[in-house]
Design a protein around this ligand. Structure first.
Ligand code: TUI
Length: 315
């Protein structure tokens, strides 16, 4: 359960991947996760190419461990980011919010491992045929831009439909979730919200506190009416945005209002007017730990859980 096709593919110690969270997943966080034996990811988000190039170079100055770059395919700079990861010797690319099919040949030419996030079985099967190395199968419990199906329902269906390794995401933050993901057929896990509340995440303390103080029902979904549903922690911004959605505000107007709201929460610390993206698991993330403690605790707890389940089965 700790050495899988994912650890082998990526050359990492534990099959734990850090989510590619815009504004949050900087080179400092990514380097800390990679140094701790997982796979750290720099998120390109909506950032321009030059910024991402500098992030990649900054990460390489502080770690020689494998790492990845997440390309958010709705970004106006997505094409530039593809060029930059091909030029900068990035070993792994993850993608989100779209189909990366048209870029796959260029990644393969540069020997870059490609692991797209998929929210459905059909996209997973299509991308396997097109030659991706693994899939991140993300349930609707996740934070940020989400699909409709839960981790529990989606992961085993994708595992049955493909032969490449699957990494489960959405609703995982501890050793119990890790073992559950493996029981569903996954060979790795991706964690987002848990790593936001790490010492190394360069995120405003107000944002971390909002997650730490969140209860089980505090992460809700805005943007269903726009076709881009986003899971965020309940606040003044979500109340106002959901009212506008109920009043049938045009999509262009909603998108204009939503633009830039993640930055003001993560960087400025305005967690009332900003968008505090987080998964449903926020209710269970109650402290700040270093990335190495987060990973070590998950592995320790997973071993305990497996041993106790094994005992149960023998009775
Ligand atoms: O991408 C994410 N999470 C994100 S991206 C983001 S930035 C953003 N902000 C506002 C609106 C939209 C984006 C914040 N959080 N997670 C991975 C993910 N990918 N979740 C769902 C998907 C996805 C959806 C559709 C992947 C592929 C897909 O394909 C559709 C198609 O073209 O076939």
């Amino acid at each position: 359960m700790f050495k899988t096709r994912i650890t082998e593919l990526l050359g990492i110690s534990y099959p734990i991947i850090q989510g590619g969270m815009a504004w949050v997943a900087t080179h400092e966080l990514a380097a800390a996760v990679s140094e701790a034996g997982g796979l750290g990811i720099i998120a390109a988000g909506n950032a321009p190419g030059d910024f991402v190039r500098e992030e990649i170079r900054a990460l390489k100055r502080i770690t020689d461990k494998p790492f990845g770059v997440n390309i958010m395919l709705l970004s106006p700079f997505a094409e530039d980011i593809v060029d930059i990861v091909c030029e900068e010797g990035v070993p792994v690319v993850t993608t989100g919010a779209g189909n990366p099919g048209k870029y796959l040949d260029r990644f393969k030419d540069k020997n870059i491992k490609v692991i797209p996030v998929v929210p459905t079985v059909s996209l997973g099967k299509r991308l396997e045929k097109q030659g991706v190395d693994a899939l991140i199968v993300e349930g609707t419990e996740a934070g940020g831009h989400i699909g409709e199906l839960t981790t529990m329902a989606l992961v085993p269906q994708v595992c049955d439909a493909v032969s490449i390794p699957v990494i489960a995401a959405g609703g995982i933050a501890d050793g119990r979730g890790y073992v559950a993901a493996f029981a569903l057929g996954a060979e790795g896990v991706q964690l987002g919200t848990r790593f936001v509340c790490s010492t190394e995440a360069k995120v405003h303390q107000n944002y971390k506190d909002k997650i730490i103080n969140a209860k089980d029902r505090d992460a809700l979904v805005t943007g269903r009416s726009t076709g881009h549903p986003v899971r965020v922690i309940k606040n003044q911004f979500t109340r106002e945005f959901l009212e506008l959605e109920k009043a049938n505000t045009p999509v262009e107007e909603l998108e204009r209002i939503g633009a830039g709201k993640l930055r003001i929460a993560v960087v400025d610390g305005d967690v009332d007017k900003g968008s505090v993206m987080s998964g449903q698991i926020a209710g269970m993330v109650n402290d700040i730990k270093s990335c190495s403690e987060i990973i070590d605790d998950i592995i320790k707890e997973a071993r305990t859980v497996v041993n106790s389940l094994g005992g149960g089965l023998n009775e």
